[in-house]
Design a protein around this ligand. Structure first.
Ligand SMILES: [Zn+2]
Length: 331
């Protein structure tokens, strides 16, 4: 037992973190990409960046303690951030979910506090990297990740490498316009995919339906709060064949399918992986209709079935595992 313990202590661990609007997740990941232990703390973004950075330090140290890994065995920390970052300088430019975060030098600050190198990347890019290295996309050369939750985000792997683009803003699939003059998006444009197919957009359309007197199980299933229409509630309503929810979700799937078809026509990847809160709650039943619509719109009709369009394998852990992969690539 003791010999095993010693070997464990020497193993090259890294910590992957996911900085969300409501929670901070930190996971100790071993050399085989397995999570040994994790810690979860509330973000409490209202207390400002300084307090959040302190809690991130606490989460990282807690995760190491829970994994019984000495801090000296931790090689580095990777962080998924919900917004645009400068990975070289370790700066978070701004994030809509974390008020007051404008050009915060998160990388240098946390690196000083923890005494190890810290690397940042956009959380959706890391989710894509995680799925490519350790999840559904293992072994693919070209892969696209699409994450459907409160927003819609994307990531791009070409020749086995994450591609961030010239200004670190590649694969913003959520803001591709799929309906000119359509509903207003959070970004200010009209008709973005995110304004038609995110959970937020589905919620808007369900509430419009309810206000128009449509029959639905939602009032019974969802309760009254403003944040009550969760992905879990959508899943329940779909299982019970709620007509309003089935119609609204079906429309979102249609737009996601059209866009996936367009992405395949542009890049011709081997695989498109769907992740995020909605996909986690609904699984392949959410992806299947998207796959059908996408394939109908492929221009190249040879090998249509060979382009795999699948649900994420890593679920909630895609970003922390991607963060761990990022650290290993950098060190
Ligand atoms: Zn937009």
């Amino acid at each position: 037992m003791k010999r095993g313990q010693k070997k464990t202590d020497r193993a090259p661990y890294v910590i992957g973190m996911d900085l969300g609007g409501t929670k901070i997740l930190a996971a100790v990941v071993d050399g085989d990409g397995r999570i040994k232990a994790e810690a979860k703390l509330k973000t409490r973004a209202g207390e400002g960046p300084g307090a959040v950075v302190q809690r991130m330090e606490e989460a990282a140290r807690q995760a190491a303690q829970q994994a019984r890994v000495k801090w000296s065995a931790v090689k580095g920390v990777g962080i998924g951030v919900p917004g645009p970052v400068d990975p070289e300088a370790g700066i978070v430019h701004h994030t809509p979910n974390l008020q007051g975060w404008e050009d915060v030098p998160l990388g240098p600050q946390l690196s000083k506090a923890l005494g190890v190198p810290v690397y940042l990347e956009n959380d959706v890019n890391l989710g894509t990297l995680g799925e490519h290295a350790l999840g559904a996309g293992r072994g693919t050369r070209d892969m696209v990740g699409i994450f459907v939750g409160t927003g819609v985000g994307g990531g791009l792997i070409l020749d086995g490498q994450l591609r961030q683009g010239f200004r670190q803003a590649a694969a913003e699939v959520g803001h591709m316009i799929v309906m000119a003059g359509g509903p207003v998006c959070g970004c200010g444009q009209r008709g973005c995919l995110e304004a038609l197919a995110s959970r937020t957009a589905m919620e808007r359309d369900i509430r419009i339906g309810l206000a128009a007197g449509r029959e639905s199980l939602i009032p019974k299933l969802a309760g009254k709060g403003p944040n009550s229409l969760t992905s879990g509630v959508l899943a329940k309503a779909l299982r019970r064949k709620d007509p309003l929810v089935t119609e609204v979700v079906g429309r979102a799937q249609w737009y996601l399918g059209l866009m996936t078809g367009s992405i395949v026509n542009m890049i011709d990847p081997e695989m498109v992986v769907f992740g995020g809160g909605v996909v986690e709650a609904l699984g392949d039943s959410f992806v299947a209709p998207i796959r059908v619509t996408a394939r109908q719109h492929f221009i190249q009709r040879t090998g249509v079935e060979s382009v795999r369009i699948v649900a994420s394998q890593l679920g909630d852990h895609a970003a922390v595992l991607g963060a761990a992969v990022l650290v290993r690539q950098q060190t």
